[in-house]
Design a protein around this ligand. Structure first.
Ligand code: ADP
Ligand code: ASP
Ligand code: MG
Length: 427
């Protein structure tokens, strides 16, 4: 008996049948004597379809209106799910993010939660109802406009509500059995990780493993709230995301800490190269100030050694593809001032990252990664590292080959095989 916060992703509520299946699962949790708060995503690929619709009427839709449009997706699923629960004889009340007290800053499309005031959720629970909350959305404290938290943001809604309501755990239900050593859609031999630390999961999420939203992991770590990632299509134990390996998962099963937790990949970035930058102090500062001024987050940066004859160098960086056009525009504006020769934009790149806390104490991990990529015929274009991560940029077409090669080289393949993907389109 306690308070349970459950989040169901888009593929878990893709159609009427799925909604009814999820409703049954929620009612079972309620009947076991728990108070239940459910966070729900838009049905299936609704968010992508709404983005496509917006682009048909405006190539660069105003951010405020795009947020207003996208939040409609979660409003549909919350109401439909509440109806399905009512049909099973239980009271469920749906709430928008704003009604649930999810207060954010005013950055449309990537708003951050700054406060959670779930008074209406607590009242609904006190009345014996199941509370259903639309994920991925909030209301700006300053402008009072409706905001979204970025793609995949419903995970963050769930963790933020769980923390604010004092839940013991946040359950994230999705279309795979937990967090795996690689995306099961690419590597069928991926193994389920019984436990992963916040630290490793942060690196995995930041490196493109979209099974959890990055901010949700940051939030859970801040409040030391365990997350249980599991499938809504099975009753198997999933993956516990917690502070550290204690030798057991929170259910008491023994767990060994691997050297490498997994391989993540990301196809959402583009590479920009500023060609022929005069090699003198202040140039990098000017280039990256211009890009930052447009609100763009840079990921990797590489600066070449300048050619002795020319006194010029090339600087490449990666940034989200969705910000690619903005980055190029910002740089074109300062071309005269800096005097670089040209710009190259490449959105046919992908990134693969090896993540594991064991890297700190095991030498040779980079050499082994680069070696296995060479053997697989994959060319490396950029490299970056953190204490527990190595990332490389490769051709987008090489991503699957690179992920599979690294997974095998680091002995991550599960001999039993058979990671199950229950639903979703992987879009
Ligand atoms: P939801 O709609 O439930 O939020 P997402 O599509 O956002 O689901 O996230 C689940 C998907 O994440 C899986 O179907 C899988 O393809 C992908 N994924 C990527 N990396 C991993 C990983 N390391 N472990 C598990 N799933 C992963
Ligand atoms: N529906 C939103 C998306 O597709 C949010 C989420 O699913 O978490 O990104
Ligand atoms: Mg998701």
């Amino acid at each position: 008996m306690g308070l349970v916060v459950q989040k169901y992703g888009g593929s878990s509520v893709a159609d009427a049948e799925s909604v009814k299946r999820v409703a049954k699962r929620i009612v079972e949790t309620r009947q076991a004597g728990n108070d239940v708060v459910v966070v729900v995503s838009a049905m299936g690929d609704t968010t992508d379809d709404l983005i496509d619709l917006a682009k048909q009427v405006s190539p660069v839709p105003p951010a405020r209106e795009l947020d207003m449009l996208l939040t409609a997706g979660e409003r549909i699923s919350m109401a439909v799910l509440a109806m399905a629960i009512a049909n099973l004889g239980h009271e469920a009340r749906s709430f928008t993010g704003s009604q649930a007290g999810v207060i954010t800053d005013s950055e449309h499309g990537k708003a951050r939660i700054i406060d959670v005031t779930p008074g209406r959720i607590s009242s609904a629970l006190a009345d014996g109802a199941i509370a259903i909350v639309a994920g991925f959305q909030g209301v700006s404290q300053s402008t009072k406009d409706i905001t979204t938290l970025g793609r995949g943001g419903s995970d963050t809604t769930a963790v933020a509500l769980a923390a604010a309501l004092g839940a013991d755990v946040c359950e994230i239900y999705t279309d795979v059995d937990g967090v795996f050593s690689a995306d099961p859609r690419i590597v069928p031999a991926a193994r389920r990780l019984p436990v992963i630390t916040y630290e490793e999961m942060l690196e995995m999420a930041a490196s493109g493993a979209k099974v959890l939203h990055l901010r949700c992991v940051e939030y859970a770590r801040r409040f030391n709230l365990p997350i249980h990632v599991r499938s809504s299509f099975s009753h198997r134990t999933g993956t516990w995301v917690t502070a550290d390996y204690t030798g057991n998962d929170p259910e008491g099963n023994p767990v060994e800490q691997p050297i490498i937790a997994g391989v993540a990949h990301d196809r959402s970035e583009a590479k920009v190269t500023v060609v022929g930058v005069p090699d003198k102090p202040g140039q990098a500062a000017a280039i990256f100030s211009a890009v930052a001024g447009s609100g763009i987050n840079i990921d990797m940066i590489v600066q070449n050694v300048s050619g002795a004859a020319t006194g010029r160098t090339d600087i490449s960086f990666t940034a989200p593809r969705t910000d690619g056009a903005k980055a190029v525009q910002a740089l074109e504006k300062i071309q005269g001032e800096i005097g670089f020769e040209s710009l190259r934009y490449d959105d046919q790149v992908g990134k693969i990252s090896l993540v594991g806390a064991g890297m700190r104490s095991h030498p040779g991990v980079s050499a082994k990664l680069f070696g296995c990529l060479a053997e697989a015929g994959v060319n490396i274009e950029m490299i970056s590292t953190s204490e527990i991560r190595i990332s490389v940029v490769v051709r987008e077409d090489d991503v699957n080959t690179a992920v599979t090669a690294a997974h095998t080289a680091f002995d991550l393949d599960d001999p039993e095989g058979g990671a199950v993907v229950y639903g979703g389109t992987g879009r």
